[in-house]
Design a protein around this ligand. Structure first.
Ligand code: FAD
Length: 441
């Protein structure tokens, strides 16, 4: 299939959606390419957001819907950019959409296929803490509301095909390749957390009651895997919880490259937020945050931190040297207290939350010849004066694809990248508005 658009946005997280909406509201056509089966990025999986404690999905879902329903925005989910070729001032982009084994136009999102599927596998959206079926909707408010079949785990029993009221299951569906001519590109591919299995000091991801920040977000979410906060190993309500800050940021002593030299910027604030939410849902829990420095630099952040202290959350300036497993699968921490002459102590907790370093989600180097910094995030033309321009003309960047940042900063950058792209499109005279445009999915 061939098509033409003004801009391509790679990545359908909050930054990508905002950039697409801002461009489309100025009458430019936009195609959003998202590798996951739904748009929404990390934000749609968060519980509440600092410093306002607003419900994250209540803010994110309307943005997802606004992009999906905009007549100038086309969203290609479960799709990745395979090749980008410069074509004068513009680009020829090849996108491969993976098969869902479900005919998208026929699926009505009724979930009947899911209910009859006999296979249970760990649910990626729940950070592996809950289970999903082999055919499933990615999550309740996913966009598009279209099921997908995980062929690696499917037993091909045929139950889903029999249950589907619209005959939408197609076990023979193939990948679809789309060639797109685009005037500009905005990269909003976001971030990933360093995988815990690489962090040997903190149990290599093998300790059931040591989880990361994104998993806690799901435990705290109203529609999370257990419906309330429980320990993954035995389903008990935790009585004591510890947070380990900088568990991979500002620390290059970790092996396997699992530590990064930079500050991941959001971990102090999300740990404080999660501690407050935990103490709200578990009134008897003891919470300790082990930190190097608290970086509460944004508007309202310092007050948020002071509120957490006033709620009785304990802040201890310390480094945690390692985590081993104690009794009842309790994580056992070896702690060096930084304010008490380096006193070493060991303490056990019911649940431990680590905050791994934030790293780029996409290594674009084979596909797009843009400058990459020594931190592997996308380099800006000028970090102060042109934070959304990359080293390549016509390619812009926004959100955490250029470095760790919070949601408000990602949204502001998305708006700026949309404006930069609009200027570029006008200068180069590449505007398709008015062409016939089929709203592919
Ligand atoms: C535990 C935790 C809690 C947080 N809590 C808060 C909070 O309370 N308040 C706050 O302001 N911030 C918070 N943040 C930060 C927040 O998550 C980010 O600021 C925000 O999600 C950044 O949005 P983004 O669009 O840049 O990236 P992402 O949300 O990562 O979205 C990027 C999108 O691009 C897609 N993608 C990646 N690679 C490709 C590819 N090759 N092709 C196509 N698509 C691709 C991804 O699938 C994803 O959908 C938190 C972060 C963490 C880790």
């Amino acid at each position: 299939m061939e098509t033409r658009t003004d801009a391509i946005v790679i990545g359908g997280g909050i930054a990508g959606l905002q950039a697409a909406i801002d461009l489309a509201d100025q009458d430019f056509r936009v195609i959003v390419v998202e590798k996951e089966p739904s748009i929404g990025g990390k934000m749609i999986a968060l519980s509440k957001v600092f410093p306002t404690l607003d419900c994250s999905s209540c803010i994110c879902t309307p943005r997802m819907a606004a992009a999906a329903h905009h007549e100038l925005i086309t969203i290609l989910t479960y799709s990745e950019v395979e090749a980008i070729r410069r074509n004068g001032a513009h680009f020829s982009v090849t996108v491969r959409s993976k098969p869902r084994y479900v005919i998208e136009k026929d699926c009505i999102g009724c979930r009947k296929c899911e209910y009859v599927c006999p296979v249970y596998v760990p649910d990626e959206f729940e950070g592996g803490l809950g289970a999903r079926r082999a055919i499933y909707l990615p999550f309740t408010n996913a966009i598009p509301q279209v099921a997908l079949l995980d062929v690696d785990n499917c037993t091909f029993c045929g139950a889903c095909a029999k249950a589907c009221p619209t005959n939408a299951i197609d076990y023979l569906q193939e990948a679809q390749v789309t060639d797109i001519e685009a005037g500009a590109i905005i990269v909003t591919t976001g971030y990933a957390l360093t995988p815990t299995h690489l962090i040997d000091r903190y149990g290599n991801g093998k300790l059931a009651n040591v989880i990361n920040g994104l998993q806690v977000e799901r435990l705290l979410a109203p529609h999370g895997p257990y419906g309330r906060v429980l320990r993954p190993s035995d389903g008990r309500i935790p009585g004591s919880v510890a947070f380990i800050q900088c568990a991979g940021s500002r620390d290059q002593s970790l092996k396997n490259g699992s530590g990064v030299s930079w500050c991941s910027r959001v971990c102090c604030m999300y740990a404080i937020k999660q501690a407050m939410l935990l103490s709200g849902s578990l009134p008897l829990v003891d919470i300790t945050i082990y930190y190097m420095d608290i970086r509460a630099f944004g508007k309202g952040f310092e007050q948020f931190y002071q509120n957490a202290k006033a709620m009785g959350i304990e802040f201890v300036k310390a480094r945690v040297a390692r985590i081993t497993e104690g009794e009842n699968e309790n994580p056992r921490l070896r702690i060096e207290r930084l304010e008490e002459d380096g006193r070493i102590e060991e303490r056990e907790y019911d649940l431990v939350i680590i905050t791994p370093g934030i790293v780029p989600a996409w290594e674009s180097k084979d596909i797009l010849p843009i400058g990459i910094g020594s931190d592997r995030f996308i380099k800006c033309e000028h970090p102060l004066l042109a934070p959304c321009r990359t080293t390549e003309r016509g390619v812009f960047v926004a959100g955490t694809a250029s470095g760790p940042k919070d949601i408000p900063d990602s949204i502001v950058e998305a708006g700026a990248a949309a404006m930069e792209s609009a200027n570029y499109l006008r200068q180069t005279g590449y505007v398709t508005t008015g062409n016939n445009h089929s709203n592919m999915r």
